[in-house]
Design a protein around this ligand. Structure first.
Ligand SMILES: NC(=O)C1=CN([C@@H]2O[C@H](COP(=O)(O)OP(=O)(O)OC[C@H]3O[C@@H](n4cnc5c(N)ncnc54)[C@H](O)[C@@H]3O)[C@@H](O)[C@H]2O)C=CC1
Ligand SMILES: N[C@@H](CC=O)C(=O)O
Length: 816
């Protein structure tokens, strides 16, 4: 005997019923089949709605019922044309189900009362109608089929709404029925049963799976197949995790854990009856019958992954019973659970700290209010005496659980779980793990569920892939190059580093372009110009509210306001990658706050390009200090612009023209006065000194400007005009140096807590003398590099190299 159950979607339309019957016909060729069917998709909800409307005195139930009747009539007519011999009789039998439902609802309408008993009877109409259609049509598939009323086989108590099954009587009735009904195919309505008095009961929502499992157990079936609209039990809810995949083989216990925690393909009580008898349970897809599906069995082969699946259950409230009066006194938990049990409140999760100071239980949100009343009443005396606190409910929570038998005795699973969630700013409110180690449950905020499940799915199932979500602000010179590089490198990043880097948003000071699935990086300039307007504050809110895993804010502006949003983002575990130097050179307190937020919330704050563009200057300095070295002195040329200008200026072309060239080639700051005034170099040496461990402010850096003061009065155009007017000043600087056989370099120096920047004549043979083009150089003198400095040298400015430095920081942040 084989038992095949078809869910609501598998029988939702005439076409789907045909597909289901084709599957049954194939199975029937192998041996007898019990075909259990759910109601046509959506019918049960509609019937509940109808009953409730009638109870409220809303006469619209009549119209809804006649629409339901019509939907069923049309389905039967499509499957069995009116010209067929018994078609009229079959349609009349079907119509009778809805006439009965209408009569029931009329009664409910008159009395304005809908009892659970009446509702069970009303809901049964859905499965009765669907099974009648299927049984009628089965004959056309050359199957010897009969319709079997489940109420004659499955016996329950009289707890209407969710009756408990009398397994022994069910087995007896089913066995006897089988002796008298040798037909090859039984078509049985799922979900419904009857009590000892013959009154219709139901087995709980999703109960058709349970009907099938009960019959499989009663008939000692060789297998149970649950036919649904997905190809098996998945590693995670596919609506939340795109890369979720079916689990090929799984144990009964694992399937039970997963189904309890939201894997909706299986109604949790289904597993018990088949597990007891070791009957293999398949979950298969009616719409892709050749897919393997999931086989639930006693001893599946050891899975390749330690975790079999990740599940979640929403709508959770935590109830925290807390107080010093509980410590060491037996009986508190007993009283707590008894108080909840009296109200028939199901406890989903329990945790107790070893200090015995608090017990925390998770319940369905709708049970929270009655639970609070019941528990506060139970402990009224202790609460009045101040020995325990009144019950504290915490709402809007969810459970996310890892499930897998291989987790047992496998160290590091919880560590990985906590690490992955922590890195993404998902706070864990409570944890539960039984000694069986098959399930590790975490309670988190409901709004973090999607992110949490995706993060965990990546951590446990996609060792080869990690999704990274970028929010890019300020696609100017550097930003546009960065986007070009990202577009080019995306396939390489996925293949070589397992990083799926997606640009989710690009914003400039006017518009913001967003696509949560990743923007098309070839069309962004045109699309951004058309995109809606957005403020910086809104951009920050967008990043926070999207709550995507591995989010990185990339600041490629020079804007102080942009630097002002880092702290809020870090506090939400959003990593920051910035070539904008404003934050790292702002007040020391702000710089230190960002560093500490980065540590506290496990989110990178990286700004390697702040000094020397893509040169590994900050990284080298960090390596030195982290390994215990002490930086005593630094000497450096840190301005690509000034090095370019003094390397090219020989009096043959005006000084201002060469500065313009440096700007055109993308070496200067958006405001070139920052470079020429020495301010940009001062920011850089300040950042290096801070990274070396010094507490310094910008005002501590001595800036010796070589510009005539008039050049810094007015706007950028006035700056160029004034430089042209002071050409003789620049020429004199050049000639003085040349006469002395030296070169002009704008040098930054740091020693023993003091720093200064200024123009110097550098003699041949000096480490700073031979510095070409827009190059930078940094000499580190440390306790380990005493006489010969550690030297970092190379191109120190330019959009392309800076973008590649930002890119490298993104990869660093992503791989953390
Ligand atoms: N060019 C270089 O060699 C290097 C540059 N950097 C830094 O890179 C940053 C960017 O430089 P560039 O790309 O040359 O400048 P840019 O002026 O070409 O680009 C900056 C972009 O930011 C946008 N922006 C400004 N304020 C904004 C706001 N509030 N919201 C959104 N967008 C805003 C601007 O519209 C512009 O598109 C600067 O902070 C600079 O210090 C760092 C190292 C080297
Ligand atoms: N304007 C800067 C570029 C990067 O910081 C420079 O010229 O060095």
């Amino acid at each position: 005997m084989q038992v095949l159950k078809f869910g609501g979607t598998s029988v939702a339309s005439a076409e789907n019923i045909r597909k289901s019957l084709a599957i049954v016909a194939q199975a029937a060729a192998q041996g007898p089949v019990v075909m259990v069917v759910s109601a046509l998709g959506g019918t049960t909800d509609a019937l509940i709605g109808v009953g409730r409307a009638a109870a409220k005195g809303d006469a619209s139930y009549r119209e809804t019922l006649s629409q339901l009747a019509e939907r069923h009539r049309v389905a039967l007519q499509e499957l069995e044309p009116a010209s067929e011999f018994h078609a009229e009789v079959h349609q009349a039998e079907l119509a009778m189900q809805f006439d009965n439902a209408a009569a029931l609802c009329d009664g409910v309408f008159a009395l304005r009362e809908l009892s659970t008993r009446t509702l069970d009877k009303l809901m049964s109409c859905g499965e009765l109608a669907s099974s009648l259609i299927v049984a009628t049509v089965a004959g056309y598939y050359e199957m010897e089929a009969i319709w079997v009323d489940a109420r004659k086989l499955i016996c329950t108590n009289s707890r209407f709404g969710a009756a408990e099954v009398d397994i022994a009587t069910t087995k007896k009735k089913t066995t006897i029925f089988k002796e008298h009904h040798p037909q090859k195919v039984w078509v049985v309505p799922g979900f419904i049963a009857a009590d000892a008095h013959g009154a219709t009961t139901t087995l709980g929502r999703g109960g058709s799976d349970y009907t099938a499992a009960l019959l499989a157990a009663a008939l000692d079936a060789e297998k149970l197949e649950i036919w649904t609209d997905v190809s098996g039990m998945m590693t995670a809810d596919p609506r939340l995790v795109r890369s979720a995949r079916p689990i090929a083989r799984i144990s009964y216990q694992e399937a039970m854990e997963l189904s309890h925690f939201g894997a909706k393909v299986l109604y949790p009580p289904t597993i018990q009856p088949v597990m007891q008898r070791g009957i293999p349970l398949w979950i298969k897809n009616t719409f892709a019958p050749d897919d393997y599906g999931t086989l639930v069995e006693v001893a599946p082969p050891r899975a390749a992954t330690v975790v079999q699946g990740i599940s979640s259950i929403g709508n959770l409230t935590l109830l925290n019973l807390e107080g010093s009066g509980m410590v060491g006194i037996p009986g508190f938990s007993k009283r707590l659970f008894e108080a909840l049990a009296r109200e028939r409140i199901n406890v989903i999760l329990i945790t107790q700290s070893s200090s015995e100071h608090s017990i925390c239980v998770g319940v369905n949100a709708q049970d929270a209010a009655p639970a609070q009343v019941a528990v506060d009443e139970e402990f009224a005396t202790e609460i009045a005496a101040g020995r325990i606190e009144p019950l504290r409910p915490e709402k809007d929570l969810a459970i996310v659980a890892l499930v897998g038998e291989n987790m047992k005795d496998h160290p590091g699973i919880s560590g990985k779980l906590f690490g992955a969630l922590g890195q993404n700013g998902v706070n864990i409110r409570a944890i539960a793990q039984g000694a069986s180690e098959k399930n590790i449950s975490t309670v988190i905020r409901a709004q973090d569920v999607r992110k949490a499940i995706n993060v965990l799915h990546e951590a446990f199932f996609e060792a080869t892939k990690k999704q990274v979500n970028l929010f890019i602000l300020g696609p100017g010179n550097v930003g546009s190059k960065l986007l070009e590089q990202l577009a080019r490198q995306q396939p390489h990043l996925l293949e070589k580093l397992g990083l799926q880097v997606r640009v989710v948003a690009i914003a400039n000071s006017r518009h913001c372009l967003v696509d949560e699935n990743g923007l098309d990086l070839t069309a962004w300039p045109e699309e951004l110009a058309q995109a809606p307007a957005q403020t910086l504050e809104e951009f920050k809110e967008l990043i926070i509210s999207r709550n995507l895993r591995n989010s990185i804010f990339v600041d490629v502006t020079a804007n102080p306001a942009a630097a002002g949003i880092y702290a809020d983002l870090l506090a939400k575990s959003v990593a920051i990658v910035a070539c904008n130097k404003v934050a790292a050179s702002s007040d020391y307190a702000h710089y230190a706050q960002l560093k500490s937020l980065s540590k506290e919330f496990n989110a990178s704050y990286l700004f390697e390009t702040n000094v020397g563009a893509a040169l590994p200057v900050i990284g080298t300095l960090n390596d030195l200090t982290r390994s215990g070295d002490v930086v005593r002195r630094m000497e450096a040329v840190l301005s690509g612009t000034l090095n370019f200008v003094f390397n090219h200026y020989d009096g043959s072309r005006p000084f201002a023209e060469i500065v313009r060239q440096a700007q055109a080639e993308g070496y200067t700051e958006p405001d070139p006065r920052l470079d020429l005034s020495g301010t940009d170099v001062a920011r850089k040496i300040l950042i290096l000194a801070r990274e070396a461990g010094q507490v310094m402010e910008m005002s501590d850096i001595e800036i010796e400007s070589f510009l005539p003061p008039a050049c810094l009065e007015g706007n950028v155009e006035a700056f160029y005009t004034q430089m042209a007017a002071h050409e003789s000043h620049f020429k004199a600087l050049y000639e003085d140096a040349t006469v002395a056989g030296k070169r002009l370099k704008f040098v930054a120096r740091y020693a023993e807590g003091r720093a200064a920047v200024g123009l110097q004549q550098v003699a041949p043979g000096h480490d700073l003398y031979d510095l070409r083009g827009k190059d930078n150089v940094v000499l580190f003198y440390t306790d380990r590099y005493v006489d010969q400095p550690l030297v970092v040298k190379g191109a120190g400015a330019g959009a392309e190299v800076t973008a590649s430095g930002v890119f490298a920081d993104i990869i660093r942040a992503a791989r953390l």
